[in-house]
Design a protein around this ligand. Structure first.
Ligand code: ADP
Length: 669
């Protein structure tokens, strides 16, 4: 048998009693009309003591009874607030008061259900925390928006209202992303916060009100169950920052433009210097070369004196041009350094020899203090080292009229791969005033206004020294006392090696022929008539015969028809360049004839190209005849053909073949 359903009143009563929480029914005036047992135990009162009393007599809180009444009955809604309930024994219990309006279907009167839920321990803390955070958000000077999963604003702080130039009623319920110029970006940022939990410094532009550029940051917030309920977003005004950034970008652009202009000007300057040096050097080659040639002829004492003066001026001019070119190369970052093994003591000593005559003339003394523990052979750039020492010694000689000059070379540091050396050039000369000492390494700087007049010079030497040393990873310094003397020093690190090298004296004896060698036939490929004449004079002096090819094409023809012992090749010629002629010789003619390049401006690129096309060596102009002679002889000896070529009896043997023959005879013996 099915149980019969009870009357509505019975059902109503049953529901009331089944509720585990204190539950009351109040009428439209707030009078208690019904209650359950839980309500009696919470209040400590009997049913009679509770019935028909006003609910608002039993509770107290921030809101007055009337306010609570109005909240419940005006909203047709559920109203909830924290309150204190007065117990019969006058003690108070914190409760959560929930009121919910209904229309009684039976009595047809309006009333409300009131649930009094005892606040759990910690609820107050939660409330306090909530209040604390709310206060934080409210007082935050940055706009704060609370946004739900659908992207709608659910709460804002006053700063947000101000920024958006709209009240909270208008903002709440509106879409958050429309506040930004890039709506999609803003939506993406919100999605990111939901996904990642937080987001910082996301740049956006605020469309409304006064804000423009903002950093958007935010994090999710959760309900008591730990479920993500929404996100709290803060906007930080970065318009001032952006303004500065834009200013900085503009300034950087300006600086970049200025830098590029300076770079272009520098390049133009380098090109000009390089062109001018080349143009000056070419006629200088002839002047120096012919002076040397004439000096070898019969001359009166006076003529020799005048020619020496011309030669000295020519040499000085060439040094100056080389200095300018070197600085231009450093400026352009084109200065490269060789790493070859060389005998450092001999190299530096040879440099000092050059000054012997001048030192004797000035009646001063030169001392060498070389640390005996310095390795004999080191790896580095001997030419650049000599250039540095030459500059410092020539200054010391120039500015010293009595006393001495000491060249020191000390081993400062050494490991298995490298040796760091400290060089010093100390003199007892005029010294440098304290206020000038910091600028002597700068370009065109001289310590005194009358230096040029008294001692000559341009103020380039020390600038080159500094560049040459620093570009090899070393450093330079100077100490000086006016009237007492100066000490210039520099340090350089060299590589160590086991390679053995002949001393120059040994090399000289190997290279220098015992007798003057005759019968060497040379092709000189050179377009400049003055240089042709100069080479003719020099080579005839060596006892060699020569043919001249005034351009590249003629050089090729001559090399095809005639057999030469050696070729001296200018690089820049009309018709075909020296490189092209060499390529023709090596590739087309398949000839191994030694070729020495003659070049006015030796750049590293040129040297590499010379080697790449198959040239054996190079000599820079103005040609040093002794160096040229030794290089030619060295190549002629080295370049002995491996196989004995078959030839008709009538063709005369070339010099190198003759040497080969005698060498093989020596070996047999
Ligand atoms: P230059 O010698 O061609 O004038 P440098 O760059 O070599 O140029 O030297 C710059 C200046 O430094 C010189 O003009 C001179 O005033 C000063 N100076 C260099 N070396 C010495 C030295 N040993 N004693 C005194 N002054 C020196």
């Amino acid at each position: 048998m099915q149980p019969s359903p009870g009357t509505p009143q019975q059902y109503h009563k049953g529901l009331l009693e089944a509720c585990p929480f204190p539950l009351l029914v109040i009428d439209s005036e707030g009078k208690i009309t019904e209650h359950n047992a839980a309500a009696l135990s919470l209040t400590g009162r009997t049913s009679a003591e509770l019935m028909f009393t006003s609910i608002f007599d039993h509770v107290s809180g921030e809101l007055s009874g009337t306010e609570i009444h109005n909240k419940i009955f005006s909203g047709n809604n559920r109203f909830e607030c924290p309150l204190s309930l007065r117990h019969k024994n006058n003690s108070y219990t914190d409760i959560s008061f929930t009121g919910s309006v209904f229309f009684d279907a039976v009595t047809n009167t309006q009333g409300a259900l009131v649930l009094l839920k005892e606040a759990a321990a910690g609820d107050d803390i939660k409330n306090e925390n909530a209040e604390y955070y709310r206060a934080l958000v409210q007082t935050n000077p940055d706009p704060v928006f609370v946004v739900n999963r659908e992207g709608y604003i659910t709460d804002v702080n006053p700063a947000a209202e101000m920024a958006a130039n709209a009240g909270r009623e208008k903002l709440i319920g509106s879409e958050f992303s429309i506040l930004f110029t890039k709506e999609k970006e803003a939506k993406k940022a919100c999605r990111k916060i939901f996904k990642q939990g937080t987001l910082r410094d996301h740049e956006l532009t605020f469309r409304e009100g006064t804000l423009t550029d903002v950093f958007l940051g935010g994090s999710v917030y959760m309900n008591e169950k730990g479920e993500v309920e929404g996100i709290m977003i803060t906007l930080h005004d970065i318009s001032a920052l952006k303004k500065n950034e834009r200013k900085l970008i503009r300034a950087n652009k300006k600086a970049e433009k200025a830098r590029r202009m300076a770079e272009d000007a520098m390049k133009a300057k380098q090109q000009f210097l390089s062109n001018m040096s080349h143009e000056i050097r070419t006629p200088m080659n002839s002047i120096i070369g012919f002076t040397k040639v004439i000096m070898k002829t019969e001359l009166t004492e006076k003529q020799r004196e005048y020619l020496s003066a011309i030669k000295l001026s020519g040499d000085t001019l060439i040094v100056l041009i080389n200095d300018i070119l070197d600085l231009a190369k450093v400026d352009a970052g084109k200065m490269t350094f060789e790493r070859i093994p060389f005998r450092i003591r001999e190299s530096v000593s040879a440099m000092l020899h050059l000054f012997e005559t001048r030192i004797q003339e000035k009646n001063i003394r030169l001392f060498k203090e070389f640390d005996p523990s310095i390795p004999k052979v080191l790896v580095g750039d001997p030419v650049r080292l000599r250039q540095v020492v030459l500059n410092l010694i020539s200054n010391a000689v120039k500015f010293t009229s009595h006393g001495s000059i000491t060249m020191g070379m000390k081993l400062k540091k050494e490991d298995s791969d490298n040796a760091t050396l400290e060089f010093s050039i100390t003199d007892t000369g005029i010294g440098i005033p304290a206020n000038k000492i910091d600028s002597v390494f700068e370009m065109f700087e001289q310590a005194g206004n009358n230096t040029t007049r008294l001692y000559g010079g341009t103020g380039l030497g020390l600038a080159i020294v500094k560049q040459l040393v620093e570009n090899q990873g070393g450093n330079v310094w100077v100490k000086s006392e006016p009237g007492k003397g100066s000490s210039f020093g520099f340090s350089l690190t060299f590589g160590k090696t086991d390679v053995k090298i002949q001393t120059e004296a040994e090399a000289e004896t190997t290279l220098r022929p015992r007798k003057k060698i005759k019968g060497i036939h040379v092709l000189v490929a050179e377009d400049n008539t003055l240089n042709q004449l100069l080479m003719k004079t020099i080579l005839s002096d060596f006892g060699f015969t020569l043919d001249i090819a005034p351009d590249g094409k003629t050089a090729m023809e001559k090399l095809e028809k005639t057999r030469y012992d050696i070729v001296l090749m200018d690089l820049q010629m009309p018709g075909a360049s020296g490189f092209e002629v060499t390529e023709f010789v090596r590739q087309k003619l398949r000839s191994g004839v030694p070729i020495i390049a003659l070049t006015a401006d030796v750049t590293d690129a040129d040297v590499k190209k010379c080697k790449a096309v198959g040239m054996n060596d190079y000599v820079s102009k103005p040609v040093d005849d002794k160096l040229l002679y030794n290089k030619m002889l060295g190549l002629l000896r080295k370049n002995i053909p491996k196989e004995k070529p078959s030839r008709s009896k009538r063709t005369p043997l070339l010099f190198r073949e003759r040497i080969a023959k005698s060498a093989s005879r020596k070996r047999i013996r």
